[in-house]
Design a protein around this ligand. Structure first.
Ligand code: SF4
Length: 267
């Protein structure tokens, strides 16, 4: 069996975590604003980002050994996943993320943030319940406008399906949050919808969330994409500031967060 190491030391934007865990290389969702498009994994592949995704080779059960060793050295906090979505369409049959979660349930890290935009995560409620207080599911919901999703991230699951999965997770007692990341053009009732669906909401944008003060988003030609859609008024940090203020008025203190601090593991 290959010597794949599942845990990678976290750096940069995610340095609040000790490790990242990416079960797949590539990502079928292919969001237009995805920063991974500019990373070597995407640039050297020679195929357009969003057209390929494959499971990493290696024994997922080895994660348990890696976790045991890492825990012997101190606190272990895992961001799952940073360069792919752990619930690729392929995951429905491959079940690699599920097996990795099972390994984590057997040797729990202090905390794992399961970051996804796929309702398939609700399939694994039983394993997430075993992880209990060690896990929080963070569902990306960047807007409530399907016309916006179809234009900027057409291969990602519809927002309504994500919200439904979140409700199922919450009902099953799993800790959840919504990551509005990056914030996209949305309806006036968006903040209310978010506050009514999750106990915690994190907001991020193209300017403070790309780890380069907006340069990566500019290199992905996001300002041009907004201009072509007639959405230039939305391409400003004030949009995220305004949503955050609305959310703060609707949710209890401490239940909202912004960018890096919002995504950080609990103290
Ligand atoms: S789901 Fe995440 S990793 Fe996949 S393309 Fe979208 S932003 Fe990139």
């Amino acid at each position: 069996m290959s010597g794949t190491r599942w845990l990678t030391p976290a750096t940069g934007y995610l340095s609040g975590y000790t490790h990242t865990l990416n079960p797949y290389t590539g990502c079928s969702f292919g969001c237009s604003y995805c920063y991974v498009r500019r990373l070597p994994v995407a640039l050297f592949r020679g195929e357009p980002w969003g057209t390929w995704a494959e499971p990493k080779k290696g024994d997922p059960k080895r994660l348990q050994t890696e976790l045991r060793k890492a825990k012997a050295k101190g606190s272990v906090t895992v961001f799952f996943s940073s360069a792919t979505d752990p619930y690729q369409p392929l995951e429905a049959s491959v079940k690699l993320s599920r097996t990795l979660l099972e390994a984590m349930a057997d040797e729990p890290p202090d905390f794992v943030l399961l970051q996804t935009r796929s309702p398939l995560v609700a399939r694994d409620i039983d394993v997430l319940q075993r992880l209990g207080r060690h896990v929080r599911v963070s569902m990306t919901v960047e807007s409530d406008r399907e016309d916006v999703r179809r234009r900027l991230t057409p291969s990602a699951p519809p927002f309504a399906a994500r919200l439904k999965a979140l409700a199922q997770l919450r009902e099953a007692g799993i800790a959840t949050q919504i990551a509005v990341s990056p914030l996209l053009p949305h309806s006036p009732g968006f903040a209310k919808l978010l506050a009514g669906t999750a106990p915690r909401v994190i907001v991020d944008d193209y300017f403070r969330g790309d780890g380069s003060e907006g340069r990566r988003s500019r290199s992905l030609r996001m300002p041009e994409a907004y201009e072509q859609a007639g959405w230039s008024d939305w391409y400003t940090p004030e949009a995220a500031d305004a949503l955050l203020r609305q959310l703060q008025s609707l949710l209890p203190e401490g239940a909202t967060g912004f960018s890096v601090e919002g995504f950080a593991p609990p103290p």
